[in-house]
Ligand binder design. Structure first.
Ligand SMILES: [Zn+2]
Length: 192
C-alpha cells in the first residue's frame, strides 16, 4: 500500500482558528505520528520524510542498525557493517534521488487497447516496482559502498543485496507510518 502524501509543504486552516491561521502540514504530521501506538521505528521514518525532523536522523540510524543486526543474525550474516548500512539508508532518506523508472512520480502509466474495443487506447497507472511507489531512487552502488564504509568490490559482491534487505525493512516501517497517517487524516485517495 505504499503511496505518497502529495500534500507536503501545504498549510491547513485549523477549524475555529479564525481567518488566515494555518498550521504547516509538517506540524500536523509530527503531531499525528505521536498519537496512537505507532512503533518508534515507523514514527522516526515518518518524522524524517514527512515532517522534515532531521534532528531524529541519528536515532533512526541507531534503531535501524539494531533491527538490521537482528535480521542479519537470523540470516547468518555478519553484523559488523549494519551501522554503516543504516547510515547509508538514512542518507538516502534525507537527500532523496529521483527514481529513474518513474521520474519520482511513484507510478507510471501504460497505454493499452482494451479487448474488444477497436482502436480505443486507454491509460492505466501502475505502481512503480523499482521504488515501491515512493518515487525515491537509491544511491549508485559505488556511493552506497562509500557511505556504508564498505570497500566497493566487497560491497557489490556481498553486501549490496544484504543492504537492500535492510532497505526493504525500512520501507516496511514507512508503510506502517503511512497506514497510520492515512487512518489519522483519512487520506484514502492519496495513499491507497
Ligand atoms: Zn519509481
Amino acid at each position: 500500500m505504499m503511496g505518497r502524501l502529495n500534500v507536503r509543504g501545504q498549510s491547513y486552516a485549523m477549524p475555529g482558528s479564525g481567518h488566515g491561521d494555518t498550521v504547516p502540514f509538517e506540524s500536523l504530521v509530527a503531531g499525528a505520528l505521536g498519537m496512537g501506538r505507532l512503533h518508534r521505528g515507523a514514527e522516526l521514518v515518518g518524522l524524517v520524510i514527512y515532517a522534515r525532523h532531521h534532528d531524529v536522523a541519528r536515532e533512526l540510524v541507531t534503531r535501524l542498525a539494531a533491527a538490521g543486526s537482528a535480521l542479519f543474525e537470523r540470516k547468518g550474516w555478519k553484523t559488523v557493517y549494519c551501522y554503516g548500512i543504516a547510515e547509508m539508508l538514512v542518507f538516502e532518506l534525507l537527500w532523496p534521488r529521483r527514481c529513474v523508472d518513474c521520474k519520482g512520480d511513484g507510478e507510471y502509466s501504460v497505454r493499452y487497447t482494451a479487448l474488444g474495443e477497436q482502436s480505443v487506447s486507454r491509460k492505466k497507472a501502475h505502481r512503480c516496482q523499482r521504488c515501491n511507489g515512493t518515487g525515491r531512487g537509491d544511491l549508485s552502488q559505488r556511493e552506497q559502498a562509500r557511505v556504508s564504509g564498505i570497500e566497493q568490490s566487497r560491497f557489490i559482491r556481498t553486501w549490496a543485496p544484504r543492504a537492500h534487505e535492510m532497505r526493504l525493512m525500512m520501507l516496511g516501517w514507512e508503510e506502517d507510518c503511512l497506514r497510520h497517517l492515512v487512518r489519522h487524516f483519512d487520506f484514502s485517495a492519496e495513499a491507497g
